[in-house]
Ligand binder design. Structure first.
Ligand SMILES: Cc1cc2nc3c(=O)[nH]c(=O)nc-3n(C[C@H](O)[C@H](O)[C@H](O)COP(=O)(O)O)c2cc1C
Length: 230
């Protein structure tokens, strides 16, 4: 099947949104925790978190168009702080429910039974029940001229994670942390590790590494290559 631009344009609005929301593949499932200047809390599921750079550690978030009715955005702009909390398998129902349009005076923490977790000196709550939590300070905000969505760029200022999910090479084993993946706006997936690959170099073939990121022992000279071994 081929869908061209005219086919996509002529789709009924909800079907088009469902299709286009699936095109970017598996996405991360996150709860964005914020508070207003009176410390009234807000929580919203967001899947548009992208890595923007490691030094400084920057993550970008795309927030849908809309003004004051976007509580997460209003709070981020007011306090300059927010948290990103990975959704784990036990949190899917509550996390999904935070997408409901509650009035501003209703906290999604209360509505879903999740627990705000405050950190001294940081003006946004994290989610106690999440296994991976991080705090970000707003670094840049732009309303994009193409469709009035908001690009929110934040610097990670703290990360809280289970000890056993931090690998020896520094990476976070998100499957060990039970973080789920998202497709479209409604499909949640458990993850299963497949392969880890070594840093790609033009003069070397693809090499698999161990779960800890280590290369397998070098084969003896003349021995058959271990390429593709699993
Ligand atoms: C699976 C899923 C992913 C979502 N991802 C985003 C997102 O990346 N950006 C966004 O602005 N809204 C996203 N939403 C919609 C928000 O969760 C929803 O608009 C919510 O009511 C916003 O809450 P707020 O007004 O308190 O900020 C998503 C909804 C679902 C169900």
């Amino acid at each position: 099947m081929i869908l061209n631009a005219a086919d996509i344009e002529s789709m009924e609005q909800r079907r088009r949104a469902a299709l286009v929301n699936s095109l970017s593949g598996f996405k991360s499932a996150n709860l964005v925790g914020t508070a207003n200047v009176r410390r009234a809390t807000n929580l919203a599921i967001m899947s548009s978190v992208v890595h923007l750079g490691s030094h400084p550690p920057l993550l970008a978030l795309v927030v849908r168009p809309g003004g004051e009715e976007r509580h997460t955005l209003a709070n981020i702009l007011a306090t300059g702080c927010y948290t990103i909390n990975h959704v784990n398998s036990a949190l899917v129902e509550a996390a999904h429910q935070t997408a409901a349009r509650y009035p501003n005076e209703v906290s999604e923490f209360t509505a879903t039974g999740l627990t705000p977790r405050w950190r001294d000196g940081f003006d946004a709550p994290a989610v106690e029940e999440a296994h991976v939590r991080m705090g970000l300070r707003l670094r840049e905000h732009q309303e994009l001229s193409i469709n009035a969505t908001h690009l929110v760029i934040g610097e990670v200022v703290f990360v809280e994670l289970p000890d056993n999910s931090l690998r020896s090479d520094g990476s976070l084993d998100i499957a060990a942390a039970d973080t789920v993946a998202l497709a479209g706006l409604d499909s949640y997936y458990l993850t299963q590790p497949h392969k880890r690959m070594a840093y790609a170099k033009p003069d070397l073939p693809p090499r698999e590494v161990s779960a800890q990121g280590e290369l397998p022992a070098q084969p003896a000279r003349g021995a058959p290559s271990v390429l593709g071994s699993s």
